[in-house]
Write a protein that binds this ligand. Sequence first.
Ligand SMILES: [Zn+2]
Length: 62
Amino acid sequence: MRRRFYLFLQRRRGSMPFAYRYRAKKRYYKCPACRTVQSVPVGYGQTKVVCRRCGEIYLRRT
Ligand SMILES: [Zn+2]
């Protein structure tokens, strides 16, 4: 539904809306154990994040 709306805008303006084009595709979360910032691709619902430094597994909503 949302995608269709943006396609509609695209057709109307001739280019993608600014916010849609430059929307962040990654999110950054801090590991609760070692405080390293992890970059996580934005998905839907809850995502399991594994820390690359200490191997801590934690859940975050993306
Ligand atoms: Zn960690």
